[in-house]
Design a binder for this molecule. Sequence first.
Ligand SMILES: *Cc1c(COP(=O)(O)O)cnc(C)c1O
Length: 429
Amino acid sequence: MQYESTLEFARAQDEADPLKSYRERFCFPSLGTPELVYFTGHSLGLQPKTVRAAVELELDEWAKYGVEGHFHSTNPWYSYHELLTPPMAGIVGAKESEVVCMNSLTTNLHLMFVSFYRPTKTRYKIISEAKMFPSDRYLLETQARFHGFDPDDAIIEVAPRDGESLIREEDVLEAIDANAGELALVFFGGVNYFTGQLFNMPRLTEAAHAAGAIAGFDLAHAAGNVPLALHDWGVDFAAWCSYKYLNSSPGNVGGIFVHENHGRNFELPRFGGWWGHDKVTRFQMKSGFQPMEGAEGWQLSNVPILGMSAMKASLDIFAEASMPALRKKSEKLTGYLEYTVDLLAAAFPDADISVITPREPGQRGCQISMDVAGRERKLFDDMIAAGVIADFREPCIIRMAPVPFYNSFEDVFTFGKVMRNLLAQGSGK
Ligand SMILES: *Cc1c(COP(=O)(O)O)cnc(C)c1O
């Protein structure tokens, strides 16, 4: 696509955008800054305007029915989580029986590890990416220790080569191959939170299986961002949060995927709770845990209705807009941001600007991580003060997510204009 760095071009793109009306359906924060460009959907998605009424409905039902709301409210609480399953299964490319919304991400990963990280004396190694999100590193470290292994021995991190910022797929495949005899698990993020690199999940899954290992993914930055086909790819398990690209509200409930190959395997060790117990006999309150079939058999507790009502409102919009349409816009919009950063890099060579996110659209979602090695953090602070909201990671990486639901081409143009001014003024020098 041929991009141009003019307001006219950006506005014409927005005018022609089939998803343009969705922007009106989100609440934009007002931070008292001159421009407001929200590029932090990678950390907390914006609030859909339908969320308030959805939460208020449940507050009203609670006021009206008390405990009877479990069975008599408009959307009975007893089975409320089932309403989230169809749209969520659509987002991650799964059968409905393979998905359930519950708990939060790190908790869910530990529960998945109970079932899918079953190390033996000889087969106990985990291959993952270097510089994973800290919670995932703590997960791996404490899981290895829990099973009596030294994390330094059990965890193999595949890192970018010297002088590079992305992980090469061939290096991951080679590590899997080289450790095949000792490998228990390949565990990767679908999209790396720092660089925005999208990993080839079907290829990694295939390689893990060929080595006799399990393949699991943390989809925090992938769910609602990139196309996923977890079932067809044969992924064993996955977990994700819903407050980033899924716009479900801060800290809200996450989701899990368990492939149907495992969903009926009642021999797998797992931790049990009454909500994962066979629905038919749940209220007989007897001992003897009998898990439900499918992902629901990993549930522990009855569900937080207020949070889930916000999530339902958000997922309904996803179902309406559809992932393929969102992805189509996402590729164009992210390409426009990449182009804009490249122009800045060319205009201000002293700022040493580079894009560390993959250049190939098939290897990224809606994220551009921009390295501004020649300037200090002050540049980022000035950018925030000017109303472009992004986030900052050491040493000088600015992470931006142009989210197809609510960001526009004009947002990207505004970012370029703000940065040109700041760089010209010598901000962060
Ligand atoms: C955001 C994120 C988390 C956060 O975990 P919570 O348990 O929801 O707090 C974990 N891992 C990754 C990769 C993330 O991006």
